[in-house]
Design a protein around this ligand. Structure first.
Ligand SMILES: *[C@@H]1O[C@H](CO)[C@@H](O)[C@H](O)[C@H]1NC(C)=O
Ligand SMILES: *[C@@H]1O[C@H](CO)[C@@H](O)[C@H](O)[C@H]1NC(C)=O
Ligand SMILES: *[C@@H]1O[C@H](CO)[C@@H](O)[C@H](O)[C@H]1NC(C)=O
Ligand SMILES: *[C@@H]1O[C@H](CO)[C@@H](O)[C@H](O)[C@H]1NC(C)=O
Ligand SMILES: *[C@@H]1O[C@H](CO)[C@@H](O)[C@H](O)[C@H]1NC(C)=O
Length: 426
């Protein structure tokens, strides 16, 4: 009872006073240098852009005409071998888009090495949190945040180890790269960009990002759309999620081809017609479950996802690239650019695609029409039937027809992709 109400009042007033002064000081110091001067630019690009400097960036950007924060934040939300490299390239062609190819690879690597002994549930929650942190920082052009996860550790904000840097125009052209590389970007070799451009300077990458109107990120590492909720609700972002799905039978066929070591048992199964006891079916079943769970979430039309979710079947995009790309760009609020159209005509026509790209594991430059259902010639009926049983819900939700005989499987004149219209933006 020593503490009287007067003391309490005094304390409250004092604390309010301190806060008020702090706010005043902050506002005064901001309002003066921001408009039209270079002090924001200096703050923005000097050293690390995180923590307090991130706030400077936000506050300054309102009034700094030539470099606002990116307005649209596009997430190409996909799974391994679902056509996401191809789809990502459509976004990458747009001159106003800063595109990053699977930045979460580095986070997963860091976690896998350091914490494989942690319990899986804890692992998953912490990992998803780190994923979201990185996405948020990339969307606000703080590329330095990425340095935390890159191995070996970047020196002087420089690295030679960014995963698939060559997939991003912005990271391989001025100002990030001094070389004039027109035309080279079609090269199938993953390492051409670091070879030509040298190590990546994260400060330059952040500047390049800020000079673009929009940021697009492709990831295959977030399991379910619900895992992105805090990002859709973040007032700093205007997130648009393109959920790219593909027939799980095609995904499996593509994985077996691309990762032959990991899928050796499947290869044996396919070749011999007998299922080896050690074949691992969990990867494909969780892929199916994740696709269905995301779709189920989206169909419930939760407020946090309204207008921010587009379902895109890779097969529709491959069969009708121009219209589907237009739909995608309309959804994210961008105009189709001439470069996008040029890229489409170059990569979806058998006659003009460069043959040198055909055998490359991550090549996107193929005849997309021919590849959409080519998996039907690459999987034994026995495997197909097994997947149809494991993923029956996913197939029926997404409109992929099951086959009931080997003859039906191989008969390409009957498509297994049911015509479906999914609501453009659920
Ligand atoms: C994780 O370990 C692998 C294999 O030992 C190594 O190649 C990779 O660079 C490591 N990654 C990190 C982030 O430490
Ligand atoms: C990276 O780019 C920034 C901005 O141009 C520059 O100040 C810095 O010196 C560069 N870092 C290195 C190691 O060259
Ligand atoms: C599966 O076997 C068929 C022949 O039975 C073959 O043409 C195809 O390439 C094989 N698929 C894979 C992924 O190895
Ligand atoms: C999928 O298979 C399960 C188990 O056999 C069954 O309960 C479910 O109804 C099937 N779903 C569809 C869409 O056929
Ligand atoms: C392939 O399917 C079409 C359409 O269902 C059918 O008319 C045709 O006879 C089938 N071809 C073979 C070789 O079974």
């Amino acid at each position: 009872m020593e503490c009287s109400w007067k003391t309490v009042l005094l304390l409250v007033c004092a604390s309010l006073g301190v806060q008020y002064t702090a706010i005043r000081t902050l506002r005064d110091s901001l309002s003066a240098p921001c408009p039209g001067t270079y002090s924001c630019q200096g703050r923005r690009h000097r050293g690390k852009l995180s923590g307090p400097s991130y706030m400077w960036k936000l506050l300054c950007d309102d009034s700094w005409s030539s470099g606002e924060l990116p307005r649209r934040h596009i997430l190409l939300f996909a799974t391994t071998r679902s056509g996401s490299s191809f789809t990502g390239q459509l976004l990458n062609q747009h001159p106003e888009v800063f595109y990053v190819f699977e930045p979460l690879y580095h986070v997963q690597q860091a976690f896998t090495n350091s914490s494989s002994r942690l319990r899986r549930t804890l692992d998953r929650r912490a990992l998803l949190g780190a994923y979201r942190d990185l996405l948020l920082n990339l969307y606000t052009c703080d590329l330095h945040f990425m340095e935390n996860y890159i191995h070996p550790e970047p020196q002087d904000h420089m690295t030679s180890s960014l995963f698939r840097r060559s997939s991003s125009h912005a990271l391989c052209s001025p100002p990030v790269c001094q070389e004039n590389l027109d035309g080279v970007s079609e090269s199938p070799d993953e390492s051409w960009c670091p070879k030509k451009c040298g190590a990546l300077n994260f400060s330059l990458a952040s500047m390049s990002c800020l000079s673009k109107g929009h940021v697009a990120i492709k990831t295959v590492r977030v399991p379910e759309v619900g895992d992105l909720r805090t990002l859709t609700e973040d007032p700093r972002l205007d997130l648009r999620i393109i959920h790219l799905v593909r027939d799980p039978r095609a995904i499996l066929a593509s994985r077996i081809m691309a990762f032959s070591d990991q899928f050796r048992a499947w290869k044996i199964w396919n070749a011999t017609g007998r299922q080896p006891r050690y074949v691992d079916i969990t990867q494909i079943t969780s892929t199916c479950k994740d696709m269905t769970d995301s779709l189920t979430t989206a169909l419930q039309k939760p407020a946090w996802l309204r207008g921010r979710y587009l379902l895109m079947r890779y097969e529709d995009l491959a069969l009708n690239p121009k219209d589907k790309t237009e739909e995608m760009f309309r959804f994210v609020g961008l105009d189709m650019d001439e470069r996008v159209l040029t890229w489409i005509s170059r990569n979806t026509n058998r006659n003009t695609g460069s043959p040198s790209h055909w055998n490359y594991k991550y090549s996107t430059s193929r005849d997309s029409r021919a590849t959409a259902e080519s998996w039907r010639l690459r999987l034994s009926f026995d495997i197909v039937r097994t997947i149809q049983n494991l993923c029956n819900d996913t197939l029926s939700h997404l409109g992929y027809r099951p086959v009931h005989s080997a003859a039906q499987l191989r008969n390409l004149s009957q498509s297994l992709v049911e015509p479906r219209t999914f609501q453009p933006a659920l």
